[in-house]
Design a protein around this ligand. Structure first.
Ligand SMILES: [Zn+2]
Length: 364
């Protein structure tokens, strides 16, 4: 504990601190409010310094607009903190702040950065229709007793959560930032957290843990869409944690063919692509249709010929393997069919696993 003087103000009664810093619960709220008014009226101040202030249980309010940076670092709010509706024009620091009661940040707009890192929450705290125009740091929050935070009707585009226990958070009608997953292409995206998109991010293990935590959070509420998105996010980020080539390759292929076992559409699309494209290869390089329809290779492509080739290819991959040599004369063509069969087996496995996952989650 710091025993030096916190400020130059007069000592309060028999306390060894001033009125603003005094922890006495019976301190005069009206006098405290006049001190606050005086601080916020100071046009010459570089920033408003309320560091280590102790806000009495009731009887104080903040101005509607706080026009400069403001420091609430290590402040103690002994009662409920009603901050709703305030407009912070500069940065706002609540680093290590102790909210001993509820805290209300409804309809607050933060034009500058907002930092709540290491803040302690003992009661229910609400951010609703709160606007963060710059980074909002909710990292390593500390929850005591019933401490919990609800985020409602707002965007989390700028909110950082690494290290914070997501089981103490509640999300109602929030929008998560979007991460484009294919070189910025329009149709390939997923939900993300701002921590992953933060260009200064280095703690990828922290981001992966955060995603695992958020997946659990949404699973507990049967919100499978979000849970899946955060699971995929975690797997994507793990590629940055495990940097071996083997891991990278396995991860990449698993994502490409089944989106880490989440998507049943993806293996179906690959199956369809394979079964529809390889017949073209066979037609181009020679396929002997024999008895099937009387076509022979070398003739110009027609739809009938194409569908015949598709049907033949499908039967090679599934059962009619014995007569393959009658139709495909080149050994490499038959090797391709073997690879197709193997690939189809893998894709069907992915398909079954994804469906199983889907039904498990729907019923458990
Ligand atoms: Zn003081």
């Amino acid at each position: 504990m710091h025993h030096g003087k916190l400020c130059d103000r007069e000592l309060y009664r028999d306390d060894n601190k001033c009125l603003c810093h005094s922890e006495r619960e019976d301190k005069d709220a009206e006098d405290f409010q006049s001190e606050l008014d005086e601080i916020f009226a100071d046009e010459s101040a570089e920033y408003f310094d309320l560091t280590r202030f102790v806000f009495p249980e009731r009887g104080w309010r903040l101005p509607k607009e706080i026009k400069k940076d403001v420091h609430f670092g290590a402040v103690k709010f002994l009662g409920a903190a009603y901050i709703g509706g305030t407009h912070f024009s500069g940065r706002a620091y609540f680093i290590g702040t102790e909210f001993l009661g509820q805290a209300h940040f409804e309809m607050v707009s933060f034009v500058g950065e907002a930092r709540f890192r290491w803040a302690q929450f003992f009661g229910k705290t609400t951010f609703s229709q709160t606007e963060f125009m710059q980074k909002a740091d909710f990292k390593w929050l500390d929850f005591k007793g019933d401490g919990a935070i609800g985020f409602a009707n707002m965007s989390l585009d700028n909110c950082l959560f690494i290290g914070t226990d997501c089981s103490r958070l509640k999300f109602v009608n929030v929008t998560w930032p979007i991460r484009r997953t294919l070189w910025g292409r329009k149709f390939f995206f997923r939900r993300a957290v701002a921590d992953e998109l933060n260009p200064e991010q280095k703690d990828w293990e922290g981001v992966a843990d955060l995603y695992a935590d958020l997946e659990r959070h949404y699973l507990d509420r049967s919100r499978h869409q979000e849970a899946n998105a955060f699971y995929i996010g975690q797997q994507d980020v793990l590629r940055k944690v495990n940097r071996s080539f083997r891991y990278w390759l396995a991860n990449r292929l698993y994502r490409l063919f089944s989106v880490y076992g989440v998507s049943y559409v993806r293996p179906l699309l690959w199956l369809a692509a394979m079964l529809l494209l390889f017949p073209l290869v066979f037609i181009r390089t020679g396929i002997n249709f024999g008895r099937v329809s009387g076509y022979y290779y070398g003739r110009s492509l027609s739809w009938d010929m194409y569908w015949d080739a598709v049907a033949l290819n499908l039967s090679f991959v599934t059962f009619g393997r014995g007569e393959i040599a009658d139709y495909l004369t080149e050994p490499w063509q038959r090797a391709i069919v073997s690879l197709e069969t193997l690939f189809a087996l893998v894709l069907v496995t992915f398909l079954v696993l994804a469906l199983r996952r889907l039904f498990r989650r729907r019923t458990v």
